[in-house]
Design a protein around this ligand. Structure first.
Ligand SMILES: Cc1cc2nc3c(=O)[nH]c(=O)nc-3n(C[C@H](O)[C@H](O)[C@H](O)COP(=O)(O)O)c2cc1C
Length: 315
């Protein structure tokens, strides 16, 4: 029997639910010679700002707890360079492109959104990164302020971005560094986001037991990979239960088709694969190839049939 992998995230129809997560697939274009990215549901680009941004000093990556800490700090060439260089190559290769954007202020987000709006008809969606834990850095919690930790700030950014982006679907990428993501998800949806992406990385720290100093130059970093999975899964489940009308995209620790099934059952309409792509750029395609069997194993004939199944009759 043919199993349908098609899924819809709000108004965005995807051939399958497996996307590449932001920051783990380069600008999107570097891997085109190695991976047929057009077979993925979509590719989310590295988060881009209006101006080029150097990110944090090295060391920026460290293995931790079966996953990894990163403090790349949103390094990117600036949105205009991406539009001129990487985006046309992706579109020409038949890749569904989701442009990820970030800024320090609402005005920054407006500026980068305006640049992206000019090519909006070639994009599947725009993902607004409200949740990078690696800006400002150090041990100073105040300097790590994230829009996604404040529903009013979340709404302000999303309202500004949606106003500029017009009919281009907007997704809000939220933080796991909160007790519950529901207020931010609600604020994002009320301000015009078509979907929420759960989650970005968890704030963590590694100390070198010999030098007794933080390993990463930034001090803290964002934890991704397997240890993030139960946390992000819980947040997907919680938002799907509280806000059943808001499409959710799950991301965190996905490296097998069974993990995709878990997220879809928790209520995600689609998923993104992050750190697993750093180890193997074909991870998403490998997971996708195994998804039909994983669906069969839980007795489902389509992705749509599985979304939200873990909620039983409660949704
Ligand atoms: C090296 C690295 C760079 C990342 N850069 C970004 C980024 O630019 N924008 C963003 O929204 N998320 C970024 N992320 C977060 C991922 O998109 C994803 O949300 C997170 O890693 C959890 O998924 P995973 O456990 O599958 O890696 C980055 C993650 C890693 C490991």
């Amino acid at each position: 029997m043919r199993r349908s992998l098609e899924t819809c995230v709000g108004s965005v129809r995807l051939d399958n639910p497996v996307m590449a997560a932001s920051g783990c697939f380069g600008t999107g274009a570097e891997l085109l010679g190695t991976v047929d990215a057009s077979r993925l549901g979509a590719v989310v680009t590295k988060s881009m700002s209006a101006q080029p941004w150097a990110g944090n000093p090295p060391p920026r990556l460290h293995p931790a707890a079966g996953g990894m800490l990163n403090a790349v700090g949103l390094q990117n060439p600036g949105v205009e360079r991406w539009i001129a260089d990487a985006m046309p190559r992706l579109v020409d290769a038949g890749v569904r492109v989701v442009a990820s954007i970030w800024g320090h202020t609402v005005a920054d987000f407006e500026e980068v959104a305006a640049a992206v709006a000019a090519v909006g008809d070639r994009l599947a969606a725009v993902e607004v990164n409200l949740s990078c834990p690696n800006l400002g850095g150090g041990g100073d919690a105040a300097s790590r302020h994230m829009f996604a930790h404040d529903p009013a700030a979340t709404a302000a950014v999303i309202a500004a971005a949606t106003a500029v982006l017009g009919s281009v679907p907007v997704w809000a990428k939220l933080s796991p560094n909160v007790v519950t993501p529901v207020p931010a998800a609600e604020a994002a949806a009320s301000a015009g986001a078509e979907a929420v992406v759960l989650t970005n990385t968890l704030i963590g720290l590694a100390i070198d037991a010999r030098t007794l100093r933080p390993v990463l130059a930034n001090g803290t970093g964002g934890l991704s990979g397997p240890p993030l999975r139960p946390v992000a899964l819980r947040m997907v489940y919680e938002v799907a239960a509280a806000l059943p009308e808001v499409p959710v995209i799950g991301v965190g620790g996905i490296s097998t088709a069974a993990h995709v099934v878990e997220y879809l059952a928790a209520g995600a309409a689609a998923v993104q694969v992050g750190a697993a792509h750093l180890a193997d750029p074909r991870a998403g395609l490998r997971i996708l190839a195994r998804l039909p069997k994983a669906l069969a194993r839980c007795g489902r004939s389509s992705v749509a049939d599985l979304v939200g199944a873990a909620h039983g009759g409660r949704r």
